[in-house]
Write a protein that binds this ligand. Structure first.
Ligand code: ADP
Length: 589
């Protein structure tokens, strides 16, 4: 159905009611008025006819034909009425307008015939003589009780119709004014009704657009006021409900995004419906654009896809370790069914836990145990071998025995060194974890000088000169014994891996926000391929040279841990044949 404005519902209805009422009243009053007017005219004509009848003076008067005609003409002019006197035969004796001799017989006129019965005859009809509607009233002329003729008085009825026409015109004019008035009133009423309705409509639109906070104004009309109150109430409840949902959603979002584990929810159509930040990071996808996409398009890794497919098909929970990204990432994946309140499966939930670091640590621990065992095994095998040889009789060969015992002593020293290094490494690690490494702000020149002094004898043996270059007042937050140990390890390496007669420089300076201690040598240098792993335990570039020069492979690992315990780091710049620079980055005072 076509929608119309309120005014177009009210106005035609009001107008129709008004016009029908107006027409009915007009029709009724015009009819009554016309009847009254005609009756009044008939009575008036009757009176005039009776006056003429009395002037004629009965049957005797009728015998004077020309006198009667003259009377008709005279009185007719005075009263503006057409008067006619008719004999019982129907012959016209006198008439106001015409010559009676030329008038036809009036015996058939209804009013005349009525008068001939002794009553008053009334007739309204078209007069062919005058050419318009006339009202005729005829009264009998009596001589004693005998009727000898009739006097007829008549008037044109056009004047009545004219009067009625004016009356109709006034009514139509009045009707038009009333219609305008009705239109105006309809407009005012519809405005008064539609104004608050429009307000309600605008308010409802605001509600629909989510602005539930602004309340609707309460109109004065009772029904509309109730409607507005109900809508306000509804909006308030809706706002509460939405706020609760938003809060709940935010809470869920916060929980999900703060989780370290990656969480993926997949619906029954295998579309991704939820994905937290950790999952997006682990899978390398955009958290927004992945949503609502088929899971097979979002997850590219075949191993993980296989696990997800199994979870979607399975009834029970699944758990599996999945290596993704070519084994760079190890994920512990848990898959469970998502069920609605009725317990029907509506999808699956996958939780991914990054265990790469854990697995790497486990591997490192295994490697470390293997490395330690290997490092210890070599001297122990050697010691055991020589002890057995001595026991087998070499003990009695003084020359060999002394040589063998020297080797045993050297291997024991080596064992001792390895164990000492391992112990100091684990002590530094433990103290660092427990926060038991105390740093004090102090001048570091003395600490560096002490470290140089420790290495001086060995360097001198090889003709190597160690130069210390440190400002007297350079201060840093350090643990003096540990810093000394780190610098000793670095200088010791520099001595070990330098040719004879070279120079080693120990430099310290303030560089921006840190204090840097550099140990610079002109030794063999290190190929770039080894640099990333140089600080790992037991990592050696050249195992033979390291061992022969008494290295345990733990020196740089100890330096790294000491640097970390100082809140700093150790870095290396080196190239084969160009020497190396090891830098300890420390916190300033
Ligand atoms: P090591 O006890 O074998 O010296 P480190 O942990 O101190 O063990 O050093 C690891 C490896 O790094 C060494 O085996 C050596 O190959 C290399 N390296 C360390 N310092 C230097 C240096 N100043 N010049 C050349 N190579 C070095």
């Amino acid at each position: 159905m076509r929608r119309k404005k309120l005014i177009w519902h009210l106005f035609p209805f009001f107008l129709l009611v008004t016009l029908v009422t107006l027409a009915a009243v007009t029709w009724y009053s015009a009819r009554s008025w016309r009847t009254f007017f005609l009756e009044q005219t008939a009575r008036d004509l009757e009176t005039r006819a009776r006056l003429v009848e009395s002037r004629i003076g009965g049957s005797a008067g009728l015998e004077n034909g020309p006198g009667v005609d003259k009377l008709c003409k005279d009185l007719g002019k005075i009263t503006a009425t057409r008067l006619t006197v008719i004999l019982t035969s129907g012959q016209v004796l006198g008439d106001t307008e015409e010559d009676p001799a030329r008038m036809d017989n009036h015996g058939d006129r209804p009013e005349f015939r009525e008068a001939m019965t002794g009553r008053v005859g009334v007739s309204t009809r078209f007069s062919f003589t005058l050419g318009h509607n006339q009202m005729y009233v005829a009264v009998p002329v009596k001589d004693q009780d005998k009727i000898t003729g009739a006097v007829r008085a008549s008037l044109p009825v056009t004047s009545i119709d004219q009067a009625l026409r004016v009356y109709y015109f006034q009514i139509i004019f009045g009707g038009l004014i009333i219609a305008l008035l009705v239109a105006f009133l309809s407009f005012i009423i519809s405005r008064r009704l539609s104004g608050p309705l429009e307000n309600l409509k605008r308010g409802a639109l605001r509600f629909a657009q989510g602005d539930l906070h602004r309340k609707l104004p309460i109109p004065q009309t009772d029904e509309l006021a109730s409607l507005a109150e109900v809508m306000n109430d509804m909006a308030a409840k809706l706002e509460d409900r939405i706020n609760a949902l938003v809060r709940q959603g935010q809470m869920q979002e916060a929980v999900l995004s703060s989780m370290i584990e990656g969480v993926l929810a997949i619906d029954a159509e295998q579309r991704l419906v939820a994905l937290n930040r950790a999952a997006a990071r682990l899978l390398g996808v955009d958290p927004e654009s992945g949503l609502d996409q088929p899971i097979q398009e979002v997850v590219r890794d075949p191993a993980l896809r296989w696990f997800i497919n199994r979870t979607l098909a399975a009834r029970e929970a699944l758990e599996q370790e999945v290596a993704v990204n070519n084994g760079k990432l190890v994920l512990q994946a848990h898959g469970t069914s998502l069920r609605d309140a009725a317990g029907t499966k509506i999808g699956s939930l996958i939780v991914l836990h990054d265990v790469t670091h854990l697995r790497r640590l486990e591997m490192m621990r295994r490697d470390f145990v293997a490395n330690v065992s290997h490092e210890l095994k070599t001297p122990i095998t050697s010691i055991k071998g020589f002890v057995e040889t001595l026991l087998a009789g070499a003990l009695h060969e003084p020359e060999n025995a002394e040589n063998f015992l020297r080797i045993i002593a050297r291997q024991s020293d080596r064992l001792n060194e390895i164990i000492n290094d391992l112990l100091s490494l684990s002590r530094i690690e433990q103290d660092s974890e427990r926060g038991q490494i105390f740093l004090t702000a102090q001048r570091i020149k003395g600490v560096l000088a002490a470290a140089v002094e420790v290495c001086e004898a060995k360097a001198r043996e090889r003709g190597i000169n160690i130069r210390l270059d440190c400002p007297d007042d350079l201060r840093a937050r350090v643990n003096a014994p540990l810093l000394e140990q780190a610098v000793v390890n670095l200088v010791d390496n520099a001595v070990k891996y330098s040719e004879k007669d070279r120079e080693i420089r120990v430099e310290a300076e303030r560089a921006g926000p840190e204090v840097v201690v550099r140990v610079r040598d002109q030794g063999s240098g290190i190929a770039p391929v080894h640099l990333p792993r140089l600080f790992e335990r037991f990592y050696r570039v050249d195992s033979g040279r390291s061992r022969s020069s008494g290295g345990t492979g733990l020196g740089l690992a100890i330096v790294k841990h000491i640097a970390q315990a100082h809140g700093g780091k150790v870095t290396v710049e080196s190239a084969p044949g160009k020497g190396s620079i090891f830098s300890l980055h420390l916190l300033p005072d």
